[in-house]
Design a protein around this ligand. Structure first.
Ligand code: CS2
Length: 434
């Protein structure tokens, strides 16, 4: 079987930055569900390495999505990506953004890709490459045709649209007032909450696709049946009818993004560190361990105190999460989730810890979660995969090790004496976590 039919030339374009597995299981899938690629097509750019673009370009953007449930696998060819490009080709990227057919830019550059300081400001002297390229390309669009555009962050961060707007505003400052006014009025920053568990593709998945479908697809993606997309914001030049595939458009995204970030991603991070310390490799293994399950439930009990229960049906949400985590067919590796812990814990666990402390409670489940990361980092012995790795490695030698590590996540928490004592107690008793 061949899926290498010629790429289409869509009437309207979405430019995507961050051509990873998640984008393909999520935004590319939603788009393919609701429109033909002659109507809406995605021009996708890799964030760092060109490899994903090379492999996908050789297949004209097509790939197999394996939807994996307890009942078995389903195979579907997704064709919404009409062009796969190396993100380092700046001119191609600028041309794609300035193309009048482009109505939307979506981003999955990971939390760490925004490189913001604790106040949400971006380093304008050494800006992150993807954001710098986006600012230059938007400014070129302003000069070439001035058409409005929607910019949609699909990364796991609270108020991701507002954060991206702040970063673009910082980077636009050097272009002058006219440019800043255009950014303010013609660029719509859409906030989103995205959800679909997507483990890294293995060689076995690649072999399986060929055996089952006959196509030697080099870049299949595995995902779970569940998917969710909540969006808040305007699309001045239109958008695909994503709601027909289940996307929800809301006027206030905050409760939905906090529910997802704290309950799903927060639990993932608890499992990533505590689970690995206890010898587990996947989410399904860790959640089957009653000790890890207990820590997740304790953490949820603290987090839900700060979510609007009446609006969110939190009990059903937590039950559904447990069944998703228990999907043993999905080998979601804890090591994959553990990457970039300092940035992830800042948005997944620290807000609940601070809110619990402010309410006069102990935040002890949050302390366990952060202590697990601290202990995990110490046991990594210099091999930690984190955008703050350099800073973390320098800390390793200080006598304030634990406090300084917590400060990488959040300085308010590292300055809280009682909370720090709780973390110190956990980390000094190794058996408390292992
Ligand atoms: C995970 C997320 O790797 C991680 O940090 O927590 O990628 C998670 O699987 C997705 O957000 C699920 O939607």
């Amino acid at each position: 079987m061949s899926n290498l039919t010629a790429p289409s030339n869509p009437a309207k374009q979405i430019v995507h930055i961050g051509l990873g597995a998640f984008h393909r299981a999520h935004q590319a899938w939603y788009t393919a569900q609701v429109s033909k690629n002659t109507e809406w097509g995605i021009v996708a750019f890799t964030g760092r390495s060109p490899k994903a673009a090379d492999d996908l370009a050789a297949q004209n953007g097509r790939f197999t999505l394996i939807t994996r449930s307890a009942e078995g696998d389903q195979f579907e060819v997704i064709d919404s990506i009409v062009s796969a490009q190396d993100g380092n080709n700046t001119q191609t990227f600028v041309d794609a953004i300035t193309n009048p057919a482009t109505a939307i830019v979506t981003l999955t550059i990971t939390e760490a890709g925004y490189c913001m300081d604790s106040n949400g400001h971006v380093d304008t002297v050494n800006p992150p490459a993807s954001l710098h390229r986006l600012a230059v390309a938007l400014e070129t669009r302003r000069r070439v045709n001035g058409l409005p555009i929607a910019v949609v962050s699909c990364d796991n961060m609270p108020s991701n649209g507002a954060l991206l707007k702040m970063a673009m505003t910082d980077l636009f400052a050097s272009f002058g007032q006219e440019s800043c006014d255009w950014l303010n009025t013609q660029v719509s920053f859409v906030s989103t909450s995205v959800d679909r568990i997507t483990p890294k593709t293995t060689d076995a998945d690649i072999a399986l696709v060929e055996a089952e479908t006959g196509w030697a697809d080099k870049c299949p993606v595995v995902t779970e049946p569940f998917s969710d997309w909540v969006l808040e914001g305007r699309f001045p030049l239109g958008r695909p009818e994503w709601q027909n595939a289940g996307a929800k458009f809301v006027v206030n995204i905050e409760p939905f993004e906090n529910r997802k970030l704290w309950l799903l991603n927060g639990a993932h991070s608890v499992l990533a560190y505590a689970g690995q310390l206890r010898g587990h490799q996947t989410v399904a293994e860790a959640i089957a361990d009653p000790v890890c399950l207990g820590w997740v439930k304790d953490f949820w009990a603290e987090a839900v105190n700060h979510l609007p229960a009446a609006q969110l049906d939190l009990a059903t949400y937590q039950t559904a999460l447990l069944s998703r985590f228990n999907n043993g067919k999905i080998a979601h590796r804890l090591a994959q989730i553990a990457i970039d812990g300092s940035t992830k814990l800042r948005v997944r666990v620290a807000p609940t810890a601070k809110a619990e402390l402010a309410a006069g409670r102990s935040a002890s489940a949050c302390a366990v979660a952060i202590a697990a990361w601290v202990q995990f980092v110490i046991e990594q012995d210099g091999r930690v995969e984190d955008s703050q790795a350099q800073r973390i490695l320098q800390i390793s030698n200080t006598d304030q090790l634990v406090r300084d590590l917590v400060a990488v996540i959040d300085t308010e928490l590292s300055a809280h004496a009682e909370f720090m004592t709780r973390i110190q107690n956990q980390t000094s008793r190794k058996e408390a976590i292992c």
